[in-house]
Design a protein around this ligand. Structure first.
Ligand code: ADP
Ligand code: GN1
Ligand code: MG
Length: 363
């Protein structure tokens, strides 16, 4: 986490409503440093989200911000006639110099968003209704961005969902075993190697490139506190060209299991069929109009693939010494890998049934 003093100084560079009254770390993201900023304003205080972009992960943070400027402006235009539109898309707060980000004296890039009030992000879903709402919100997000004018968005992380390349990185991490940790992850390495054949399936299926979110974790959508509606998709750093199935797959990965991503009791990790059904329903309600037959065919498979992909990323990071994902305890990335692989197994056990359901619903 960046120094609170740096965050305080950065906060002073944005056009917030008034003096900063409070600033505190916020959320559970694995990548950026996020703060909630409360400012004096006429009437009630105003809140904002201030973030320092992780430069180790995003090598070109200005490209990230240029994408986000285009995406948020397009979403705002799409929502022009909707009630409550200010809560339905993220809105950037400009810096004092008029740009939509601030570069500090250490070369760090900061940005600020309006805080979405009366909405919440959850780490795990507790009902089919929540799953439905999340999937509909992410589907709608894809649908809204389908009309984004050219040029193509920048690839903020090249080959982000290129599973075979992710697999090659894992093999490299196993071979170099830089921290002598492979001995602690024998079963997981074996599991990964035994599943190599699924890595290239979606890339080989000739599916259309679209604008996708690419990080559709359940905690990257805010649900309205009162109605439970999936109101706002957040975490826009990885919005770029991709396959819609990576988005749907990541919903399956993060929404269908009742267990936390880092749960150590693996008996709690399971793919709950009723939540998968709700995801398919919610996603098709919003995105059904543009999906091709090819895309519909892989809805269940995408859940398995993305869960596997994130599992091998956690495993590779564990072996390499935890240089990518933030960790909060020893072995954290290995624990995360284990839940992912357990979930892959759970999906495998139900895959036929999931396919039949998706086929009957997707027509
Ligand atoms: P990361 O890339 O590190 O995951 P996120 O952009 O997802 O960072 O933000 C981390 C958390 O902060 C989210 O899960 C959510 O709880 C909260 N959050 C982020 N932006 C907003 C916002 N505009 N309004 C309300 N909460 C937000
Ligand atoms: C990261 O930023 P966050 O926590 O929403 C990661 C995703 C992984 C996820 C695993 C830019 O997401 O790709 O699927 O952790 N984001 C990036 O929980 O690598
Ligand atoms: Mg996030």
């Amino acid at each position: 986490m960046s120094e609170p003093l740096d965050a305080r100084a950065a906060a002073g560079q944005f056009r917030f409503s008034g003096e900063v009254l409070a600033l505190a770390p916020h959320g559970n993201g694995h990548i950026n440093d996020t703060y909630l900023v409360t400012c004096r304003a006429p009437g009630a205080p105003m809140r904002y989200v201030l973030q320092q972009i992780n430069r180790n992960v995003f090598r070109d943070p200005v490209a990230v911000m240029e994408n986000i400027e285009r995406v948020t402006a397009h979403l705002a235009a799409q929502l022009a006639d909707e009630p409550d539109r200010a809560r339905r898309a993220l809105a950037l707060i400009p810096a004092r110099d008029g740009r939509n980000w601030h570069e500090d004296g250490h070369g760090e890039i900061w940005r600020a968003y309006q805080y979405i009030e009366k909405a919440r992000a959850y780490e795990t879903a507790t009902s089919a209704r929540q799953a439905f709402q999340a999937a509909r919100a992410f589907g709608r997000f894809q649908q809204q961005l389908a009309s984004l004018p050219l040029p193509r968005l920048r690839e903020t992380i090249p080959d982000f969902h290129h599973t075979p390349k992710r697999f090659a990185v894992l093999k490299q991490a196993i071979a170099s075993d830089a921290k002598n940790r492979a001995r602690l992850a024998k079963a997981e390495i074996e599991f990964a190697l035994a599943h190599e054949s699924i890595a290239g399936v979606l890339l080989g299926a000739h599916l259309p490139e679209r604008i996708t979110h690419n990080d559709t974790k359940f905690n990257n959508v805010l649900l309205d506190e009162t109605t439970g509606e999936g109101i706002c998709v957040i975490d826009l750093d990885t919005v770029m060209p991709g396959l819609v199935l990576y988005d749907f797959g990541d919903m399956v990965r993060t929404t269908t299991s009742p267990a936390a991503e880092d749960e150590q009791d693996l008996s709690k990790v399971t793919m709950q069929f009723s939540l998968f059904e709700a995801l398919v329903r919610g996603y098709l309600e919003a995105a059904g109009g543009f999906l091709t037959a090819g895309e519909r065919q892989f809805l269940a498979f995408s859940g398995k693939l993305v869960t596997f992909e994130v599992g091998i990323r956690f495993l590779a990071d564990f072996l390499a010494g935890d240089t990518y994902f933030k960790i909060h305890r020893e072995g954290h990335n290995l624990d995360r890998c284990r839940t992912q692989f357990k979930l892959v197994e759970s999906i495998e056990g139900q895959e036929e049934k999931m396919n039949r359901l998706a086929e009957s619903m997707a027509g």
